[in-house]
Design a protein around this ligand. Sequence first.
Ligand code: NAP
Length: 247
Amino acid sequence: MRLLILGGTGDATELLAKASLLPQLQIMTSLAGRTQHPVVPAGAVRIGGFGGVEGLVTYLQQHQIDLLIDATHPFAAQISHHAAAAAAACGIPHLILSRPAWQPVPGDRWLDVERIEAAATILPDRAKRVFLTTGRQQLAAFAHLESLWFLMRMIDPPLSGTAVPPGELLFDRGPFSLQDELTLMTHYGIDTVVSKNSGGEATYAKIRAARELGLPVVMVRRPMLPAAEVAPDIPAAMAWLTRHIHP
Ligand code: NAP
C-alpha cells in the first residue's frame, strides 16, 4: 500500500521511521519547501506545494496513494484543510497526527489570544522587551510596534521585503534546553514571551523558562482542524496504520 505523509515536523520524521518498519507500506513524504535547509527525512521525499485541493487530488490519484497522514504543524491550517478535502474526494483513509496543545500549569502566566494579530494588539500595554518565537512568516504583524524591542527567533532569515520589528534576529532550530532558554531570556532582559501553542517537547523549554522567571506568555491559540480522525501521538498513528493495512 502507498502512504503519503505530509510532513515538515519532527513528528512526521518520527512517524516515518516507525512506519518504514511495516513491510507492506511504500512511503512518500511531502515537504512544503519553506526552509532553506530542511531536515530531509529518509526515503522518498517530494518538495513543494501541490497546487491547492485540486493539485493534491491529482497527486493522490496519479501516485495511487492509499492512505494519507497529515503530520504537518498544528498552525499549518491550510494544508490540513486541503488534505481533508482531497482525501474525501479520493475516498481514501485520512488521519491527522496532531500532538495535544500545551495546557497552563500552576505558575504559568498566560494571556491566550485567538490570532497573531491579537498578540500584537495587547503587547504595547504590557511589554517592553519581547521574545518573539512565532517564526519569520509572522514578523510583519509586529513591525509597527516601534516602542518595543524584540528578540526574534526563527530558522531562516526573513524574506527580502518583509517588514521587521525593531530588535535582534536570532537564527536557530529546536529542540532547545531549559538552561539555554533561561540564559537567553535573562541575557536579553526579556519581560514577555510570544508563542504559538505548538504543543510537544521540542520548543516547550521557553514556556518552562518563562514560568521559572515569572514572565507572562502571550499564547496564540491553534487554528481549527478540519473534521477528521486525529491521533495525538506516534503510537496512535501506528495503530491507525496497522488497522488500515490489516482491515
Ligand atoms: P499552510 O499555510 O498550511 O500551507 C500553505 C501552502 O503550503 C499549502 O496550501 C500547500 O500549498 C503548501 N504546503 C504546506 N505544507 C505542505 C507539505 N507538507 N507538503 C506540500 N505542500 C505543503 O502551511 P505553513 O504554515 O506555511 O507551513 C508550511 C510547512 O511548514 C508545513 O509543512 C508545516 O508542517 C511546516 N511548519 C509550519 C509551522 C507553522 O508554524 N506554520 C511550524 C513548523 C513547521 P498548495 O496549496 O500549493 O498545495
